[in-house]
Design a protein around this ligand. Sequence first.
Ligand code: BDR
Ligand code: CA
Length: 328
Amino acid sequence: KRKVILDVDTGSDDAIALIAAMANPDFEVLGIMAVNGNRAVPITTENSLRISELMGGTVPVFQGCAVPWTSCMLGFRRHYPMYSAPEEALYKNIHGTYIDQCPPATIKAQPKNAVSWLVDTLMEAEDGEITLIPLGPLTNIAHAVRIEPRIIPKIKEIVYMGGGFRVGNKTALAEFNVWLDPEAAQAVLDCNIPFTFVTLDATHSAYVTMEDAARFRAIGTRPAEVVASLCEQRIAGYGEWQKVADVPAAPVHDPLTIAYLVDPTVITDIEDAPCVVDCGRGAAYGVTLFDIRNGRAEAKAPNCRVALKADREKYVDILCRLLENTKK
Ligand code: BDR
Ligand code: CA
């Protein structure tokens, strides 16, 4: 079994990714780390607890960082408020605040902070033993690698939902997870851990429709019903925001990482590339600059793989297969 740790800002699509990961018999999910992102960290923690409980409540949840990495260091909250009033309304439609599809959690977060737990867990692991699947800003992981660099070789690989090549959502070309903490993303990239970006370009090509949501619901289990309802919520929210298809549809970003780990052929275009994250204060703030110039001599050596396109029908089939493993 592949040992995995999820680092999430739950969020509607994080919730689906958590369900998919916990439903995958080939994963051993060691823990869920919550981070500031879609919502403040007490909310992303509570939402993660709700989903862990939905899936049996055996996977521990750890609360992590409350503010982006540099904002902590500089002692001010550069990104607050994160959303303008119209953006806030749209985010509410897409993510909700709490995952209302599940009741308040009765299980509690672990006493340890997520960053301390990650450091301790990796220090006890063998080299290359653990896969990290971050689905929010990279704040927790950046803290961990800076506090204890000896954890770096313990990480087998990082499969990250973040970044964009030709697609942005927070700004014209910046993807939200990277935009919220670009310095953290760059710090983690600098560790030279095998790193895959599952970008917005890939997730927007892997959109989910109302028919797909109906397929999830027809599986008939409680987790499948939650996934169907979250997809419908996203489709309604995206309709008012970013059009991704000619039919009512929405990208369901985060679980594409899980689908990729289950079956890499779900990604149909993937390149090795050098990536730099723009941490300046200009118009490209938070942009992932992938240099895809077909081997031009000026390009730096690749430091990541970048997933650019997906097979959306295969994606939905993989999600169905995973949901079929869930209990009534
Ligand atoms: C990412 O940002 C968040 O809103 C989603 O949960 C996803 O991780 C997409 O840009
Ligand atoms: Ca997320």
